[in-house]
Design a protein around this ligand. Structure first.
Ligand code: ASP
Length: 347
C-alpha cells in the first residue's frame, strides 16, 4: 500500500484574544508574540502534520482590522500557496467574519482550505477555548483525501463547528459558541470524529489561484428605522467619495415608500452610486417585489443581496469596487454568487 502523504499546514498569526495577556497594571487584554503563544500549547509539536508559521510582527486586536491587513494575509497565502496543503489564520473573533468574507473574495480558485480561528478566552487561561479551536482547525486544514485537501474554501472554525466563512457573523460576545451561519449549514462538526457535511463543501478549483489585492472602501451603510429623517438619509447617500451604499432594510428587503425617500434613492442611482439591499434580519433572504414596499427599489435598480450577511455584502462591495469602474459591472457582479456567499432567488 502506498505510504500516506504527510500534510503541511501554515499557521498565520495575526493576533486576537487567543494570544493575549492581561496587562498586570491596567488589567487590559493585549496581544503578545507568537513564540509565547506556542509555548502555551505543547500539543502543537505532537501533530502528524508539518506545521510552519508566519506571525505579524505586531499582532493586533481584530477591532483594528483594515483592508490593507486583508491584503497582507492574502499575500502571505499567495506566497506560500504551493508549499502547503492548508492554512490556519489565527485571528480575533470580533471581525473574524469580515476577514473570512474578504479573503473568500480575494482568493479566487481555491483548492485548499483557509481556516480562521481564535478564541473568547486567552490561551494562558486554564479554561481557554483556544486550544481546541486551534488544534481542530489545524487538523481540518491538514486533512487530505486521496492525497488532496478535503476542504477547499475560506472557513471559520469555532466551538466544534466548521462554517463557510462568508456565511458567518459573530453573534455572541461571551459564549464560546460565538458564531452563527443562519443561511448555510455547518460544513463539519467535531465530536469524537470530525463529521463533514460533504454535500455542502465547495468543489476545489482546477484553475490556478488568482489573488485580488485591490480593495476600495468607498462604501457607506444606511440602516433604516421607522422615523429616520430625510436629512440623515440624504447625508449618507450623498456622502463624499461614496461609490456604493448598503441599504439595511426591513424583513424581506422592505423600506418606506414615502416620496422623499424614493426620490433620494433615485437621485443616488442617477449619480452612479451602487445601492444594494441587505435585510436587517439575520436569517432569510431579501425578495424584492414580494411586498409593495420593495417593488420601487427593484424597479429603480437597487440590487438584492439575497441572503448574504452584512459582512459579506460590505467586503464583496470593496472587492468589486476595487475591480470594476462602471456601476453596471459592479451591480451585475454583486447579484451573482461568486464564492458560495449567497443563495440565488427562489422566485
Ligand atoms: N477583541 C478581540 C479581537 O477580536 C476579541 C477576540 O479575539 O475574541 O481581537
Amino acid at each position: 500500500m502506498a505510504k500516506r502523504r504527510r500534510a503541511s499546514v501554515l499557521l498565520i498569526y495575526t493576533g486576537g484574544t487567543i494570544g493575549m495577556m492581561q496587562d498586570p497594571r491596567s488589567g487590559e487584554l493585549k496581544p503578545f508574540n507568537f513564540n509565547a503563544l506556542k509555548n502555551q500549547i505543547p500539543e502543537l509539536s505532537k501533530f502528524d502534520i508539518d506545521l510552519s508559521s508566519v506571525s505579524f510582527s505586531e499582532p493586533i486586536d481584530s477591532s483594528n482590522m483594515q483592508p490593507k491587513v486583508w491584503t497582507e494575509i492574502a499575500r502571505i497565502i499567495e506566497q506560500h500557496y504551493t508549499k502547503h496543503d492548508g492554512f490556519v489564520v489565527l485571528h480575533g473573533s470580533d471581525t473574524m467574519s469580515y476577514t473570512a468574507s474578504a479573503l473568500s473574495f480575494m482568493l479566487e480558485n481555491l483548492s485548499k482550505p483557509v481556516i480562521l480561528t481564535g478564541s473568547q478566552l486567552p490561551i494562558g487561561i486554564i479554561r481557554t477555548d483556544g486550544k481546541e479551536n486551534l488544534i481542530t482547525a489545524i487538523e481540518i486544514a491538514g486533512t487530505l483525501k486521496n492525497g488532496k485537501p478535503l476542504v477547499s474554501e475560506v472557513c471559520v472554525y469555532f466551538e466544534y463547528k466548521l462554517y463557510r466563512g462568508n456565511r458567518t457573523f459573530k453573534y455572541n460576545s461571551e459564549h464560546f459558541d460565538a458564531f452563527k451561519s443562519p443561511n448555510y449549514p455547518a460544513l463539519a462538526e467535531a465530536g469524537v470524529d470530525i463529521e463533514y457535511n460533504t454535500a455542502f463543501l465547495r468543489k476545489p478549483s482546477s484553475r490556478k489561484l488568482k489573488t485580488h489585492l485591490v480593495l476600495d472602501n468607498s462604501v457607506a451603510v444606511l440602516r433604516l428605522f421607522p422615523g429616520i429623517s430625510e436629512t440623515t438619509v440624504k447625508a449618507i447617500l450623498n456622502s463624499q467619495g461614496t461609490r456604493a451604499v448598503i441599504l439595511e432594510t426591513f424583513g424581506a428587503g422592505n423600506a418606506t415608500t414615502e416620496k422623499w425617500f424614493l426620490n433620494a434613492v433615485q437621485d443616488a442611482l442617477n449619480k452612479g452610486i451602487v445601492l444594494v439591499n441587505v435585510t436587517q434580519c439575520l436569517e432569510g433572504s431579501v425578495i424584492q417585489g414580494m411586498y409593495e414596499t420593495s417593488t420601487a427599489l427593484k424597479k429603480m435598480g437597487v440590487v438584492s443581496a439575497y441572503d448574504m450577511t452584512f459582512e459579506s455584502a460590505v467586503t464583496k462591495l470593496m472587492f468589486l469596487l476595487g475591480r470594476y469602474k462602471k456601476p453596471e459591472e459592479i451591480k451585475a457582479a454583486f447579484g451573482k454568487e461568486l464564492r458560495g456567499e449567497l443563495t440565488p432567488a427562489r422566485r
